[in-house]
Design a protein around this ligand. Structure first.
Ligand SMILES: *Cc1c(COP(=O)(O)O)cnc(C)c1O
Length: 436
């Protein structure tokens, strides 16, 4: 008897997932709050103390995850009205939130200020002016950190490279030349903000970038007089995505970074400046799994396709349809197969299959050559490490399949099961009718 068919060898974890699918259907996202707590503790242990950690809601704005991170002491970084609303509902005091992102429009800035939010990351002179105008109109002052597009340290890679033309943040030379434009009514500049890279699995690369942020902030303060009460060094803490593996740890980061801070900004230990970091994927990535069902297995000219009930509408829309994920699907141990294992699936017995979603577009191929011997319709597969940039970064409006149920568990206990819906409503006119 193979391990596959022996019920006593099935892990309790697989059983739990199977029960949840029986109950709520497939596809199904399952997030574990216990893992979120552990990730936050691990990250805190890797960082200098004292330091603030902002959770970037962009990675996953599920209210239960946001609330759990708040309970763990993280603040929240929001970039839209929707994320602002979730953060407030999760119990974050508005005054402790950071609002960032390029292209903030006056209406959303005003809404944030009206809610009591006071800290913004400003991306450009225009952004600064719009923040100032909105604050001034409400008779308050907005605290702004300037997002800096600084020349990066060598060795970085990926879409977050800085130094060249870039949509995000102030260029250093523009700050040097047009410093007077930083004097904006309604704005108090309180520091600088760096987002040098993303998903850095390599500790040396990460350290080099964060250290560069510290040095640049000190230089901007000393040479251009840019205030430095809050230094947001961004992050770049990595996590595996839709593939098995462990969240990286950064055992040497704390010590090395403390030394850099001590050298350039000795006041940091008593909060001058306050040092802050941001993280999305590292905090929630490994908390989430997606269970999917194989709906069809077919062979075309030597390639075996396993069609799943979830595609770019439910996972991995962010890189864009047509981009393959380094996806790895693990079969849920299949007890039900034991009895009917001679069944004819109508397909060649595949070992390597191409995973595809159910959407009517060639762009919904998810992954090639996944090792899934004997895949057949009805099999449940688990896609690990999809707690970040999963459903919220996908294309749920495309083709109109219902969104997967999202179940939140805490250890063994189910704390929430919800389904996101898109619904059409009558639009309110932008210009309100005068009230009588
Ligand atoms: C996206 C983003 C983050 C979070 O990135 P992760 O890679 O998920 O940690 C942090 N800060 C800013 C400004 C971002 O845009």
């Amino acid at each position: 008897m193979s391990a596959d068919k022996n019920p006593t060898r099935r892990s309790g974890d697989d059983l739990t997932l199977r029960r949840l699918v029986d109950r709520y259907g497939s596809p199904l996202y399952v997030y574990d709050l216990a893992r979120v707590r552990t990730a936050l503790e691990d990250l805190r242990a890797s960082l200098p103390q004292p330091a603030r950690i902002y959770y970037s809601l962009k990675a996953n704005a599920h209210p239960c995850l946001v609330a759990e991170l708040r309970r763990g002491g993280a603040r929240a970084e929001v970039t839209s009205r929707g994320e602002l609303a979730v953060a407030l509902q999760a119990g974050h005091p508005a005054a402790e939130l950071m609002y960032s992102g390029p292209g903030k429009v006056p209406a959303e800035i005003d809404e944030a200020i009206a809610a009591g939010l006071r800290t913004f990351s400003a991306e450009s002179f225009g952004d600064l002016e719009r923040i100032g105008a909105a604050a001034d109109a409400r008779g308050v002052t907005a605290d702004c950190v300037l997002r800096i597009n600084a020349a990066g340290a060598p060795g970085q890679a990926g879409p977050w490279t800085t130094g060249g033309p870039y949509r995000f943040g102030f260029d250093l030379d523009e700050l040097a030349e047009h410093g007077a434009r930083l004097l904006v009514k309604g704005v108090r500049i309180i520091g600088t903000h760096f987002v040098p890279l993303s998903n850095a699995g390599n500790e040396d690369v990460l350290l080099a970038e964060l250290a560069q942020g510290v040095r640049t902030a000190a230089r901007l303060r000393d040479e251009l007089g840019i205030p430095l009460h809050l230094l947001d060094l961004g992050g770049g803490f990595a996590a595996p995505y839709a593939t098995p593996g462990e969240r990286p740890v950064y055992p040497g980061l704390r010590r090395a970074l403390c030394a850099v801070l001590d050298e350039h900004l000795p006041g940091w230990r008593h909060g001058e400046p306050v040092v802050a970091f941001e993280s999305g994927r590292h905090l929630v990535g490994d908390s989430g799994r997606l269970v999917v069902t194989v709906t069809d297995v077919r062979n075309s000219r030597g390639t075996t396709y396993a069609v799943l009930d979830a595609g770019v509408n439910h996972l991995g829309g962010l890189p864009g349809p047509g981009r393959l994920l380094p996806l790895a699907a693990q079969p849920l141990t299949a007890l039900d197969r034991a009895a009917d294992d001679t069944g004819d699936t109508g397909a060649a017995d595949p070992s390597f299959v191409t995973l595809a979603g159910p959407l009517c577009t060639p762009a919904d191929v998810r992954s090639r050559a996944v090792d899934l011997p004997g895949a057949r319709p009805g099999d449940l597969l688990v896609l690990p490490n999809v707690g970040a940039y999963g459903l919220s970064a996908s294309l749920p409006g495309f083709l109109g399949h219902p969104a997967p149920v999202e179940v939140v568990v805490d250890g063994g206990e189910t704390v929430s099961a919800t389904r996101l819906t898109l619904s059409r409503r009558i639009a309110e006119p932008r210009i309100a009718e005068p009230r009588t």
